[in-house]
Design a protein around this ligand. Structure first.
Ligand code: ADP
Ligand code: ASP
Ligand code: MG
Length: 415
């Protein structure tokens, strides 16, 4: 069971979480609980890091920012003990959850589930800090990127050979789009791993992308469900009735009625960079994107224009908005290698994506999407596609209109 920030926002809510855990324990289920920091804590910690030193050392960032989960894990263990259960908290290094050395966005490389499993077998609830692990190379605490507790949960589930990984949050499942933006969004009873992966990586923050990837690769039964229901009114987990609550992630072949489009995702935290007048010759793209990769900057959409004069060309690409200053620095530093160019950048852009496995067998989805946007006067700056996704980059001001328009146009509105 994993509980996110709003679910553990106060001691009262942590007590509510403890009741969910007790329900499972009393039904004879063995439980490991993964917790996020109390809502707002991680943001506050990140702010303090930036205040202390804007060009911070990523290892010290991790030392500070990982601390939020230590608090909530301890408090939950205390609440559980107060209810008469045997429980203890575990930090990443104690298990250990081993990570890569990419501090601030480290990947889990290995978890030894034995100690946890032994404790669970003895009837003790294991409460584990999400979002953090220990990097053997640096011998330092490492964090898994924002929203990383989802990934901790799936990884722990795999390590202890759990039957189910339940991700409790403040919505009662995965919806056709963010229900906070579109009240007509509908809950999906099931969503395929492939679609969820595209939704998460296109901005639906209900699950961290890496957690979906792990669940898919290990075929871990994973659900998204609400912690804001009376713990006593929810049935204890039973493997036969998983589909009755929340949203279950599953293989594509387990979805009987698949829609052409099953979800709309959006990301407002995008930035666009245009490189003007770069030489149009082999090797230039690699001299531009190589240094960005070396700096661990994730590049998303890339558009290269046809050269008008046969000598120079323009290139536009997107990165996460928080990476924009760093990206500009890296590009300017690589100027000697890349050659002359001019830079334009803006973070007033958003990415809107339509997602659905049905696209594999349906033509015309892109055409319909572009027509709907054009009817609303929305200009498309860049386009990228995968087999089951079409993304467009547009002005941020139009993002909500675009999401609502596409949600209606592709028949996703509920009552
Ligand atoms: P937690 O703190 O529990 O990890 P998050 O805030 O990370 O919770 O994720 C839950 C939020 O994800 C919801 O409150 C909702 O606004 C947002 N969200 C975005 N897209 C979707 C979607 N397609 N379905 C459900 N929730 C979504
Ligand atoms: N507390 C971390 C964050 O806010 C991890 C998480 O909540 O999943 O990003
Ligand atoms: Mg989250």
């Amino acid at each position: 069971m994993k509980f996110g920030g709003t679910s553990v926002a106060t001691v009262d809510r942590i007590r509510n979480v403890a009741r969910h855990v007790k329900r499972e324990h009393d039904a004879g289920n063995q439980v490991a609980v993964i917790v996020s920091a109390m809502a707002g804590t991680t943001n506050q910690l990140v702010e303090w890091v930036r205040e202390a030193n804007p060009s911070f050392d990523r290892r010290e960032y991790d030392a500070v920012v990982a601390s939020g989960e230590q608090i909530s894990a301890g408090l939950l263990a205390l609440c559980l003990q107060g209810m008469g259960l045997k429980a203890r908290s575990w930090q990443g290094w104690q298990i250990p959850i081993k990570t890569s050395a990419a501090h601030r966005s480290a990947r889990i490389v290995d978890i030894d589930g034995q100690a946890l499993r032994a404790q669970m077998d003895s009837g003790e609830v294991a409460v584990v800090t999400g979002f953090q692990g220990i990097c053997p190379e640096t011998q330092r605490i490492a964090t898994l990127g924002r929203g990383g507790s989802d990934t901790s949960a799936v990884a722990i589930a795999i390590a202890v050979k759990a039957d189910v990984c339940d991700i409790y949050t403040d919505v009662d499942g995965v919806y056709t789009t963010d229900p906070r933006l579109v009240p007509k969004a509908q809950r999906l009873k099931k969503v395929s791993f492939e679609e969820m992966l595209e939704m998460a990586s296109s901005g639906s923050k209900v699950l961290q992308t890496r957690s979906v990837e792990l669940a898919m690769v290990h075929d871990m039964k994973t659900r998204v469900l609400s912690s804001f229901v009376d713990p006593d009114k929810m049935p204890a987990v039973s493997i036969d009735t998983l589909e009755e609550t929340g949203t279950l992630l599953c293989g594509e072949d387990e979805i009987v009625e698949s829609q052409v489009v099953s979800g709309i995702a959006f990301a407002k935290d995008e930035a666009k960079i245009t490189i003007l007048g770069v030489a149009d010759k082999p090797g230039v793209a690699s001299r531009i994107f190589g240094p960005l990769a070396d700096a661990s900057i994730n590049v998303d959409m890339i558009v290269q224009n046809v050269s008008a004069d046969g000598k120079t060309t323009d290139m536009t690409f997107t990165v996460g908005a928080s990476e924009l200053p760093h990206t500009l620095e890296v590009l300017n530093a690589a100027k000697a290698d890349i050659g002359e160019f001019e830079l334009l950048s803006s973070d007033d852009v958003a990415k809107v994506s339509v997602i659905g496995v049905g696209m594999r067998s349906h033509a015309g989805v892109a055409a319909q999407m572009f027509k709907e946007l054009s009817d609303k006067g929305i200009n498309i700056i860049a386009i990228s596609t995968s087999e089951i996704k079409i993304s467009v980059l547009i002005d941020t001001d139009y993002a909500e209109l675009a999401v609502r328009t596409l949600h209606t146009a592709f028949g996703l509105d509920g009552d």
